[in-house]
Design a protein around this ligand. Structure first.
Ligand code: NAD
Length: 287
């Protein structure tokens, strides 16, 4: 079975990582949690983790079918209510419409997880202006739209809330292979730290979550686009050797996101290599 099938089964039977501790069960009872990019990988696992903690879930993805599947699984996982919304996070007007619809129909969002993102590999000079635009539109502008539209409504309501932006260890780990992606994530990290300072007085927390290499579609397709299956496997094995990666599952990132909200953490490196890189970057920027 794929990790997601195993995860859904474990969630439904109360054996998942979040539930296992029992600490966060019902913690988010009645709260409204919106996750972008909820159709796959980290976003899907995060929607399910909040669902099992009792939250009402809005699963947003540009892939309608995938969003609908996550909403359905969220209900199975324990969300009293769950909805799917099909939106491209880089589309400002569509995001405005989403914020309006969600607020009117389901209420003000308590926890926003800006997770939707795309990968892009290629050296600096192989990356075309169109590539830069594509990656910044989704990875940076998608987060800006989410923070502006939902953050403002949270602040106006005056009852606190939390915003999680999924950045990446690439935000503080320079790489020749991912200049555009890393730049977009570095911007998300700084945006999150600035917004955290701005919203602190209003009881709204902002967290940047920085995963290293996680086993999802983004690492199997986007990063290795254009290579055949054998080559992809070889590259993944090489990445695994390089970073000491052992199939880090997205549900562990989801559990870290839930914990980050509970603890109001500022920056959360997830996966061992992301933690090491974060530590190094404090003392030797650019190392
Ligand atoms: P994934 O490809 O499995 O999931 C991404 C989801 O986002 C998909 O369902 C996709 O349809 C959706 N999406 C993409 N662009 C969208 C858009 N414009 N509007 C709405 N939805 C959109 O990838 P993942 O690994 O789960 O990635 C989730 C986030 O985690 C991304 O921001 C990614 O950069 C970040 N991240 C991933 C890793 C990793 O190793 N997998 C590491 C660090 C950070």
């Amino acid at each position: 079975a794929s990790w997601i099938e195993e995860f859904v089964t474990s969630v439904e039977s109360g054996r998942s990582p979040v539930m296992a501790s029992g600490r966060h069960a019902e913690r988010f009872g009645g709260q409204l949690v919106l996750v972008t990019g909820a159709g796959s990988g980290i976003g899907r696992a995060t929607a399910l983790a909040f669902a099992q903690a009792g939250a009402r879930v809005v699963a947003v993805d540009r892939n309608a079918e995938a969003a609908a599947r996550t909403a359905e699984s969220s209900r199975l996982a324990g969300a009293p209510e769950a909805w799917a919304e099909t939106v491209d996070v880089s589309d400002e007007q569509a995001m405005e419409k989403l914020a309006e619809t969600v607020t009117t129909e389901y209420g003000v969002v308590d926890v926003l997880v800006n997770n939707a993102g795309i990968g892009l590999s290629g050296s600096f000079f192989d990356t075309t202006p169109e590539d830069w635009k594509k990656v910044l539109d989704v990875n940076l502008w998608g987060v800006i739209h989410g923070c502006r539209l939902f953050g403002r409504r949270m602040a106006e309501r005056g009852q606190g809330g939390h915003i999680v932006n999924v950045a990446s260890a690439a935000a503080y780990q320079p790489s020749r292979a991912l200049p555009a992606y890393s730049t977009s994530k570095a911007a998300v990290l700084m945006l999150s730290e600035c917004l955290r300072a701005e919203l602190a007085g209003q009881g709204i927390g902002v967290t940047a979550v920085c995963p290293g290499f996680v086993n999802t579609a983004i690492t199997s397709t986007a990063h290795f686009a254009g290579v055949d299956a054998d080559e992809e496997k070889r590259l993944q094995q090489r990445a695994a050797r390089l970073y000491g990666l052992r199939n880090y599952p997205p549900e562990k990132v989801a559990a870290a996101i839930v914990r980050a909200v509970v603890r109001n953490a500022a920056v959360v490196p997830v996966t061992p290599e992301a933690r090491t890189a974060r530590w190094l970057s404090r003392f030797a920027p650019g190392a």
